[in-house]
Design a protein around this ligand. Structure first.
Ligand code: CO8
Length: 258
């Protein structure tokens, strides 16, 4: 499919999806979100993809939902069409790991998109924020829920009610991002992480993602049971035999996703 608001490159079993509306700091309009949903779905189904990276430009991962597109809409419009629900829920159905590589602004829907990925690596120039309050609204693609789980109630509440931005150092300290890297090296560092994930047994990677995500959805007791059952299930794979044999034989494992 031809994309106009994103680009997609696949190499070394990693799909790199770049948000590409430079004139609007990658603001998320319905066309971009629909293309992103399609690209994610295609990458998930593509045997040549084992990990997905979403990134933006150096100046902006995404500066939020497109204010121009939203400004004239009524309640009947946005509630009636359930604005962005379909496209933004797609990310929840993707089974392969998705890394957000954030440089510059990740604001509003941009921060929410990054948080919907499996983890975030950011550049030193990154700025995260939920400035919707300045527009007379609140976050609408998970900001109040996911930011609170990442950084706790106090910071999430302050950011949601004041619109203040969080810089990269605070984002790492607060657990919003897994790490901060020099801005010029963001993509090379993230692609190295993605390639490392792509080398693992895909069965184990899918199970690991599923188990960590389950911790957001259930009680500790149920989550522990879910994890244990997946752990047991992986003993039905050839990759478990290969991984453990390779360790004992002091060699690199040759995983075959079986
Ligand atoms: N929407 C549309 N256009 C935007 C957006 C945006 N979110 N952000 C920036 N742009 C455009 C600007 O209008 C400008 O365009 P033009 O050159 O045609 O005037 C261009 O991008 C460059 O922007 P600036 O000149 O403002 O660049 P600066 O470097 O001066 O400032 C900022 C950068 C601080 C990022 C500034 O652009 C800004 O504050 N942007 C808006 C941030 C914001 O409020 N984001 C939240 C949007 S609301 C939202 O995300 C809700 C999500 C939930 C939806 C739920 C649906 C169910």
């Amino acid at each position: 499919m031809a994309y106009h608001n994103i680009t997609v490159e696949i190499a070394d079993y990693v799909a790199l999806i770049r948000l590409n509306r430079p004139d609007a700091l990658n603001a998320l309009n319905s066309a971009l979100l629909a293309e992103l949903a399609t690209a994610l779905t295609e990458a998930d189904a593509n045997d040549k993809v084992r990990c997905i990276v979403i990134t933006g430009s150096e100046k902006a991962f995404a500066a939020g939902a497109d204010i121009k597109e939203m400004s004239e809409k009524s309640f009947v419009d946005v509630y009636g069409e359930d604005m962005f629900a379909d496209s933004t829920d797609t990310i929840l159905r993707i089974r392969k790991p998705i890394i957000a590589a954030v440089s510059g602004y990740a604001l509003g829907g941009g921060a929410e998109l990054a948080m919907a990925c499996d983890f975030i690596i950011c550049a030193e120039n990154a700025k995260f924020g939920q400035p919707e309050i300045n527009l007379g609204v609140i976050p609408g693609i998970g900001g109040t829920q996911r930011l609170t789980r990442f950084v706790g109630k106090s910071k999430a509440m302050e950011m949601t009610l004041t619109g203040r931005f969080m810089d990269a150092e605070e984002a790492e300290r607060s657990g919003l991002v897994s790490r901060v890297v020099p801005t010029a090296k963001l993509l090379s560092e993230v692609m190295a992480v993605a390639r490392k994930i792509a080398e693992k047994s895909q069965m184990a990677v899918l199970a690991g993602k599923e188990a960590v995500n389950r911790s957001y959805e259930t009680t500790l007791r149920e989550g522990l049971q879910f994890e244990r059952r997946l752990f047991h299930a992986l003993f039905a794979t050839e990759d478990q035999k290969e991984g453990m044999a390779a360790f004992l034989e002091k060699r690199e494992p040759q995983f075959r996703d079986r």
